[in-house]
Design a protein. Structure first.
Length: 404
């Protein structure tokens, strides 16, 4: 059956109860606009007969690049800034399709009866829920849920360095590292001023050797399937890219009974009433401690996208590495200029390595970020060629992920 793919990438914003107090925000110019346009990344999941519904039109240069790599689909635009796109997709637009959203919102459940209850989805995506699950399994790396300023102050003193997290924060947003009394006082002042309900997770800030994620799917009948592992590259608390793990790391995880933990997580999700894809963020510390469940994302994710792209690449004897690049764009520039700069490196779907631009249709001056995949067994060399090409085209590099 054909699949309709759509979704709001800041789903956590819409799951989050409105009566919860928020942490002090670190503003990033254009961040909301960039997230709103990330739905075009769902093209990476598409089969030829699928329908992709995005908030904004896709740039022809991005669409042509995807087609040259063998990724084709029917595209429909439902432009409505500032709201979940699902509110503006009619049932007629997905009639005859299996609906696979990035994440399940209340509006998504109005489009099909095949999705789990959105109240359940919101609950299991909370860091409070995943922390309680990890504590019930007596796993390392759990934190303390606090519900008052006094509890927050007491919890922070338990660790030499802490991370305070909003239960619905994502990719570094809604999370603050507390390494000084001044930061703690700023959080306390912000919470007191709001006079709202407090629910925060306080965790130790760990000395991480490797971040990685497990991906699986729970079927409607309650059974589940492992999909794979992705090694993540983070900058601070923010996800920057994903790559396939080495065979040695997979063997290591088997030896540490990691997959049994993921089985338990899948079973708990099924028991809660969830079905669909999920990812589990995990960490390996420098001291050898394995933290199997840092948090759970009961939705699609960039790690799952990277895994799907890797499956495409593996058929050609290559590996896929998902990367993010931030650029300063000169006047008149945009994603078409980026694609032109990378034209000689473009991946064309065969055994020859190359670069696939995955999104960025809204990229304009003064700049922003876009995602791309390296289809290669030698990612470091190809990544450097990407950097050299965009720099030669007059674009300034703000930041780049070095995929593991």
């Amino acid at each position: 059956m054909r699949t309709a793919r759509l979704g709001t990438f800041d789903a956590e914003k819409w799951w989050r109860p409105t009566d919860l107090a928020t942490l002090p925000a670190i503003s990033r110019a254009g961040a909301d606009d960039a997230v709103a346009a990330m739905d075009e990344l769902l093209a990476g999941f598409c089969a030829p007969a699928d329908r992709l519904i995005t908030r904004y039109p896709m740039a022809e240069s991005v669409r042509e690049g995807l087609e040259s790599a063998g990724i084709t689909f029917e595209h429909v635009t439902a432009d409505e800034p500032g709201e979940p796109i699902e509110r503006h997709v009619s049932p007629d637009l997905v009639a005859g399709f299996a609906v696979e959203p990035y994440a399940v919102l209340a509006e998504t459940t109005q489009l099909t009866e095949s999705l789990p209850d959105n109240v359940v989805v919101a609950e299991v995506n909370s860091k409070t829920w995943s922390n309680a699950l990890a504590r019930s399994m007596d796993l390392p790396g759990t934190g303390v849920v606090v519900r008052s300023v006094a509890e927050l102050s007491a919890a922070v003193t338990q660790f030499p360095s802490t991370v305070v997290k909003d239960p619905y924060g994502v990719s570094g947003r809604g999370a603050l590292v507390v390494e000084s009394p001044g930061v703690l006082r700023a959080i306390e002042r912000t919470l007191v001023k709001q006079d709202k309900r407090i629910e925060l997770l306080v965790q130790q800030k760990y000395d991480v050797q490797r971040d990685f994620s497990a991906h699986a799917v729970v079927d409607p009948d309650g059974t589940w399937r492992h999909l794979g592992i992705q090694v993540m590259t983070n900058r601070g608390l923010r996800h920057m890219g994903s790559s396939p793990p080495s065979p040695e790391f997979i063997d290591y995880l088997w030896e540490r009974s990691y997959y049994g933990v993921i089985d338990t997580v899948a079973g708990r999700l099924a028991a809660a009433g969830y079905h669909g894809p999920f990812g589990v963020d995990s960490m390996l510390m420098w001291d050898g401690t394995l933290v199997p469940v840092l948090e759970i994302n009961a939705r699609q994710s960039l790690g799952l996208l990277s895994l799907v792209l890797h499956e495409r690449a593996a058929k050609q004897g290559l590996a896929a590495h998902l990367c993010q690049l931030e650029l300063t764009i000169p006047p008149g520039g945009g994603i078409s200029a980026v694609c032109e700069a990378l034209a000689e490196l473009r991946y064309t779907g065969g055994e020859r390595e190359g670069v696939l631009v995955l999104n960025g249709s809204r990229l304009t001056e003064p700049g922003g970020r876009f995602y791309f995949a390296l289809f290669t067994q030698q990612p470091d060399a190809l990544r450097q060629r990407v950097l050299d090409a965009v720099a030669a085209a007059g674009m300034t590099i703000r930041g780049v992920v070095h995929a593991a």
